[in-house]
Design a protein around this ligand. Structure first.
Ligand SMILES: Nc1nc2c(ncn2[C@@H]2O[C@H](COP(=O)(O)OP(=O)(O)OP(=O)(O)O)[C@@H](O)[C@H]2O)c(=O)[nH]1
Length: 604
């Protein structure tokens, strides 16, 4: 294969084309990524340590009484309300528990009751048929991290080999018909600069949709506490970890990932964005606050860049705190223009961007519009109407199954791994392999974070986790020490490559100050993994049309598209982007700054 062929089509437009196609109305119900077995590769060598890999646990926020977390994982286990409850037995809304008590009353303004079909899941609600499709993203693991809170190292030894995979042995397993007609499952990350109002807004959404009662919300003292459940977050008034909640709207079952806005917690935010299909970007309209978050050192632009690079293709911009600006139309449109220009530059399609003026504090225009000043000029959707109008994601359900572990804990005699199915499907009785350690396991139980409210009567849906579902897999035949956050579960005859080297295309961020040279050290972030890495080869820089601009450049500067070879300090499971998007996308950071987003062309 010529070098030219290897590096063609690396311009941003093409980089993103596949994602856009996933959401085209005309083709989203096509299963267009049927699996084709890759060329046979060498068998895997044994015993590869993965000790430098550090994984971020985000699935749970509070210790789970009676549950013992794997010491191979982050020290604090947090349980999102509802997680772990039998999905078939409990009412769907049981997934949302009242948070702990608090003192004063929450802001009472604007909490409204949900109309039928919103929020409170109902198995008898009108079915929504959305054929499945894209693939999602999941959290994973990794190395020394700069600033993040939750990280841990693993010392597991791998029984798997280098870039070998077993996929040449894989025969695609048949997909049951009902899996093609399940209700859309979306993972939605909440992004935005620190204090933009993300947690308050999501707290308001949970109350407005009936997921949390007004009374329970009032007990919290702050709507943000519904998401910020951890004591240190409450003391500091800053989100530090991913808060996970569930939500139902007529067209989608949604897992909400509330990401931290502070710069120090970008690695945690990366984990959330890597898990998401869609995003709500919260910007504070208050004079000075928007500017601080959008220009200079603000996190708004970095969050947009990261989300786009990690596969988010649909975004709602919630122009928040407009109550403080007297519901000013001028202020709203000024912010809309600035943010829209930036989103378009980052290759978001115009039809996949929506702007909604709101107040997370009062609840205005979240489910209902009451304010006369706002009503006088805004005729668009409410926030929840905009959420409902997200396109379902295409899921690669026919590809080899992939599950990325985001939390591990003991329950009774079993071990529970929670995470997201990013490809294929899993069911009770499946015999799987845990990567990178290589241990076999059998799925003894499977539970959904939120019971699927499908338009199918097939009870089997409850015991199957299909691409896009956030689930728990319970095992009785493995020691908890052999599992950790960032592990990948797959069928033994369809394992992905385990390697520390890859050829990748990268887009260098505009704000890069020090050029990248061969040997540059970076931190490689993939789902919840952070691994030290070195740019071992600068293969080429590219022109805007994807043609090679310069082979073997001495340095790569800001705004450039390039092809590089990366060598990680440890082997991890990764795949070419064309084989598995969630295991083929990454972010590079250096000195606490994001310097590039990339996709893997080839594992080496
Ligand atoms: N006036 C007004 N204040 C708001 C609104 N939304 C949030 N706030 C306030 O803004 C502050 C920050 O809100 P949070 O919800 O904690 O912000 P956040 O974006 O989740 O913060 P981090 O997660 O730490 O980045 C709190 O004091 C909220 O009460 C709003 O719509 N109007």
């Amino acid at each position: 294969m010529s070098r030219h062929r290897l590096v063609r089509n690396l311009v941003e437009d093409d980089y993103y084309d596949d994602d856009y196609d996933d959401y085209d109305e005309d083709d989203y119900d096509d299963y267009d990524d049927t699996y084709a077995p890759p060329p046979k590769k060498a068998p895997a060598p044994k015993s590869t340590p993965a000790k430098q890999v550090v994984a971020k646990n985000f699935a749970t926020k509070n210790p789970i009484p009676g549950k013992v977390q794997s010491t191979a994982s982050v020290g604090v286990t947090k349980a999102p309300p509802g997680w772990g409850k039998p999905t078939t037995a409990s009412p769907p809304n049981a997934a949302q528990k009242s948070p702990p008590k608090a003192a004063s009353a929450a802001s009472s303004g604007g909490v409204v009751k949900p109309p039928p079909g919103w929020g409170a899941p109902s198995l008898s609600s009108p079915p929504t048929t959305n054929n499945h499709t894209i693939e999602g993203n999941l959290p994973t693991a990794t190395f020394p991290k700069s600033s993040s809170t939750i990280c841990r190292s693993t010392t597991q030894k791998s029984n798997q080999g280098s870039a070998a995979s077993s996929m040449s042995l894989y025969t695609p397993r048949p997909v049951p018909d009902f899996l093609r007609n399940t209700k859309s499952q979306l993972s939605m990350v909440i992004l935005g600069h620190v204090d933009a109002g993300k947690s308050t807004l999501m707290g308001q959404v949970l109350v407005a949709t009936g997921q949390v009662s007004k009374r329970d919300a009032a007990k919290q003292g702050s709507l943000a506490y519904l998401l910020d459940e951890n004591e240190s977050e409450r003391e500091r008034g800053v989100t530090m970890e991913i808060g996970t909640k569930t939500l139902r709207v007529p067209s989608h079952d949604i897992v909400i990932l509330d990401a931290p806005g502070h710069h120090d917690f970008i690695p945690v935010m990366i984990t959330g964005a890597a898990n998401a299909d869609v995003a709500i970007l919260v910007v504070a309209a208050v004079t000075g606050e928007f500017e601080a978050g959008f220009t200079g050192g603000g996190q708004t632009k970095e969050h947009i860049l990261l989300a786009r690079g990690l596969g988010v293709t649909q975004i709602i911009v919630a122009v928040n705190k407009l109550d403080v600006e007297g519901w000013s139309e001028d202020r709203y449109y000024q912010i809309q223009k600035e943010v829209q220009d930036f989103l378009l530059k980052q290759q978001f399609k115009p039809k996949r961007i929506k702007f909604v003026p709101i107040s997370g504090l009062t609840g205005e225009n979240i489910m209902e519009r009451k304010d006369t000043d706002l009503k006088s000029w805004y005729k668009g959707p409410t926030l929840l109407e905009a959420v409902d109008s997200f396109m379902p994601a295409n899921r690669s359900i026919e590809k080899p199954p992939r599950f990325i572990v985001s939390d591990v804990y003991a329950e009774g005699r079993g071990v529970v791994t929670r995470g997201r199915v990013v490809q294929g499907y899993f069911e009770v009785g499946d015999r799987l392999v845990v990567l990178p350690v290589g241990d076999p396991v059998t799925v003894s139980r499977l539970e959904h974070l939120q019971a699927p409210s499908d338009d199918t009567d097939d009870p089997k849906r409850q015991s199957i986790g299909v691409a896009g579902d956030t689930i728990e897999l319970v095992f009785n035949d493995i020691d908890i020490m052999r599992l950790s956050v960032g592990n990948i579960l797959s069928l033994p005859n369809a394992t992905p490559p385990l390697t520390n080297k890859a050829k990748a295309r990268v887009i260098i961020m505009d704000k890069l100050t020090v050029p990248i040279i061969r040997g540059a050290q970076v931190i490689f972030h993939m789902h919840s993994l952070d691994v030290p890495a070195v740019m071992t080869k600068l293969i080429a820089t590219l022109n805007g049309d994807g043609s090679v601009k310069k082979e073997r450049p001495r340095a790569i500067t800001s705004g450039v598209n390039a092809v590089v070879e990366l060598t990680l300090s440890d082997k991890i499971v990764m795949e070419s982007y064309s084989d598995c998007r969630s295991l083929g996308r990454f972010v590079l950071r250096r000195g606490g700054d994001t310097i590039a987003i990339g996709i893997i062309d080839e594992t080496l």
